[in-house]
Ligand binder design. Sequence first.
Ligand SMILES: *Cc1c(COP(=O)(O)O)cnc(C)c1O
Length: 387
Amino acid sequence: MSLLAQRLQGFGTTVFAEMSALAVATGSVNLGQGFPDTPGPAEVLDVARAAIGTELDQYPPGPGLPVLREAVAAHVQRFRGLAHDPATEVLVTAGATEALAGALLGLLDPGDEVVVFEPLYDSYAACISMAGGVVVPVPLRPPPPGEPGRWTFDPAELRAAVGPRTKLVLLNTPHNPTGKVFDRAELELVAEVVREHDLVALTDEVYEHLVFTGAEHVSLAELPGMRERTLVVSSGGKTFSTTGWKVGWVCGPAELVTCVRTAKQFLTYVNAGPFQPAIAAGLGLPDAFFARVAADLEHQRDLLVAGLAEAGLLVTIPEATYFATVRVDGDGLAFCRELPHRVGVVAVPMSAFYLPQHAELGRDLVRFAFCKRPEVLAEAVRRLTAA
Ligand SMILES: *Cc1c(COP(=O)(O)O)cnc(C)c1O
């Protein structure tokens, strides 16, 4: 008999852990988990180093250090054109993960439904379940194998997902694992549904700056009538190559942010004292910094995408994020278990991003991360094409 609580049944150890262990055991190039292998900007790292050993080592204020809340508000104003009161409309969290968990725990009652596009980031379904909620998935569909195109959804399926128990729409854009950026027309469809049914929107925008030529990130909160019903979650981890620091935040109307804060204060209370002013410094870097981060990553994307295609894999070109997806011949999980032994490269099966009852939808899809140094990607490509 399992001692694991019922609401966590089915959320056992993730395939990411298995694949990372396999990478170590086989000496493979690990393109599984999405974390960068280069340090973040010195302007950010130096502030954290200087903060350690000062009073910043102690508990910061519950909502976060004022300097970071002000930097978040200024950053959202600069990039999204939206004003927020740093005192009541910005909350600092232990990464985007805690912002999302806090929002779900703070807003959902048992039986409340959350509409979310599938495939979905792995923490969503688990947190919705921990909050007593119910996931209602809307499928994202890949373009035909090997043809150019974007992942898309059927607006009718989005509408059909909303019912009397729907409380929230949870949207991730730019989207992990597909690399899709929801364009303005798609966001307008989502916003229409949210407004029409008087729902709350929760958006995960941790890849907001990692967007490539031809695509543009728009926040759902920027659309008419959405600022007052949207919680926007982001994080410093991906933008500043500091995924281990776990500095995230959520912005929105005071009433919604208060719901998140009420849950958050009993989850971690606070975190990352010395790292908060460092991420504040990062958020204040000039536009050119953010443009360069995206341009560098786009170059890395191009290296990997070209290599995957050369290796004969059917790859969909991502518009953003750290990830490229390929379609394999057969089962993605078996492919990923075999790849390290066969060629010395690790990837993750996309089935991990589908609900257990839908794993079939992602069965032949595999995700590769390209947030790695060009020489590491070149070595991965060399191994993949030599096989
Ligand atoms: C990495 C990631 C997160 C987690 O962000 P943290 O700030 O590390 O908690 C959340 N959502 C998505 C889609 C991610 O890829």
